[in-house]
Design a protein around this ligand. Structure first.
Ligand SMILES: *Cc1c(COP(=O)(O)O)cnc(C)c1O
Length: 404
């Protein structure tokens, strides 16, 4: 029998041969957009802290106060003794900001997905997921035991075809998308998907990890069509290609997201109807069987949400910066704070990232399997704290290198 380490060594060699071996790099994030790596100071275009709130004085002060008042850890899961007073405050503030009836905080965005999906659907149900949704949505979908099918990216026509062919044989149906796609920066056709969801008596779950604190409308799902709870299990008409439309008020809209990107702290959430949230608190295993977040994290998120709410001009900045960049390099106008510069070839992207680093800029090289084959890219994430000069400087390098 080969030893465990020998087997792992072999597995790593396979990954290495596919240029898929990854290593951690010590990175000291300083105030603003500066990071220190290997003794070198770099301007980062690779942080998801879009508003710089992880270093905001008010956020730090709130975390410190909570740390002193409540200690470092929550002590138990939320259902036991970990549900410290700040949870209620944060859930109320988040629901108010998103314009939903209620919110439920989880340990992380990943845990929010892993806990929520298996609580909503299971064997005999259908999940239709956009081809590009985040790995944790796919993991959650698989964990649920529902039949999982993928539709072509942002192609609701394809989603509609899959619904027509498969919806009727399944009891409940959940459609998954991201509001802002994490590796492409484009936005989902939420309005079209909502129409499909209503017409097929399905539910829609969106991952807003890169939308919260960046998109001007805090909730892409609220507004026209309104917010609603989960519909009761559908009774489908067998002669119709699509099931009956849901009864009034039976729309199922579920918004998940993270508190670790623009919010600058840590944690995840699900926003939706009061019933949905009440149900998740008793049914989501990642909430029940995992320790509550440290109070200082909750306090930091609360302060961050208050800043997002009171400073719309700050929230507008990452997108303004991304648009300035796309204008400079001649790409289609940015739709979010994320802009991919697709160079296709893995080695070319690694070399480009290395060259940018040499010139003082940290820009992540994103390769398969994180993105589809032959679409390796530099992923630029714009912060409210970047200066126009910094954006112009990276744009100049891209133009001088003829990468686009
Ligand atoms: C980062 C991310 C998550 C996971 O959130 P965490 O709080 O970091 O666990 C989920 N979905 C998307 C699209 C993300 O980018």
């Amino acid at each position: 029998m080969p030893a465990l380490d020998d087997i792992l060594q072999q597995k790593m060699e396979v990954l290495e041969s596919k240029h898929q071996h990854r290593v951690l790099c010590v990175t000291d994030r300083q105030d603003g957009v500066v990071v220190m790596r290997g003794g070198k100071s770099l301007i980062s275009f690779s942080c998801n802290d879009y508003l710089g709130l992880s270093h905001h004085p008010k956020v730090i002060a709130a975390a410190k106060t909570a740390l002193e008042q409540y200690g470092t850890g929550a002590g138990a899961s939320r259902l036991v003794t970990g549900n410290h007073p700040l949870y209620d405050e944060l859930e109320a503030a988040l629901a108010a900001y998103k314009g939903t009836e209620a919110a439920c905080i989880f340990g992380s965005g990943y845990l929010a997905n892993l806990g929520t999906m298996p609580a909503l659907v299971g064997k005999g149900d259908l999940i239709l997921a956009d081809k590009f949704v985040h790995a944790c949505m796919i993991d959650a979908a698989r964990l649920s035991g529902a039949t999982v099918m993928r539709f072509a990216h942002n192609n609701f026509e394809h989603c509609r075809m899959l619904l027509e062919a498969n919806r009727i044989e399944h009891q409940n149906c959940l459609i998954l998308t991201e509001t802002v796609f994490s590796m492409d920066g484009d936005r989902a056709p939420i309005r079209g998907l909502k129409t499909l969801v209503n017409a097929s008596d399905s539910w829609l779950m969106t991952d807003d990890a890169h939308g919260l604190g960046v998109l001007s409308s805090p909730s892409p799902l609220v507004g026209e069509g309104g917010e609603g709870g989960l519909s009761p299990t559908s009774h489908t008409r067998k002669d119709s290609p699509l099931p009956n439309p849901p009864p009034q008020g039976g729309r199922g809209l579920i918004e998940m997201g993270t508190l670790s990107k623009a919010t600058g702290s840590y944690g995840g959430y699900v926003c939706g109807s009061k019933t949905l949230v009440e149900y998740l608190k008793t049914a989501a295993r990642t909430l029940i069987y995992s320790t509550a977040l440290p109070p200082a994290n909750i306090a930091a998120s609360l302060a961050a949400i208050q800043i997002m709410q009171s400073e719309p001009e700050l929230v507008a900045k990452p997108l303004q910066h991304a648009k300035y960049f796309t204008q400079l390099v001649g790409l289609p106008e940015a739709q979010s704070a994320i802009v991919p510069v697709i160079l296709k070839d893995n080695d070319k992207v690694l070399a480009a990232s290395a060259l940018l680093e040499e010139k003082g800029f940290l820009v992540a090289a994103i390769r398969p399997p994180t993105v589809p084959e032959n679409t390796a890219r530099l992923r630029f994430a714009f912060s409210a704290l970047h200066t126009r000069e910094q954006i112009e400087a990276v744009a100049d390098i891209i133009k001088a290198q003829g990468w686009l």
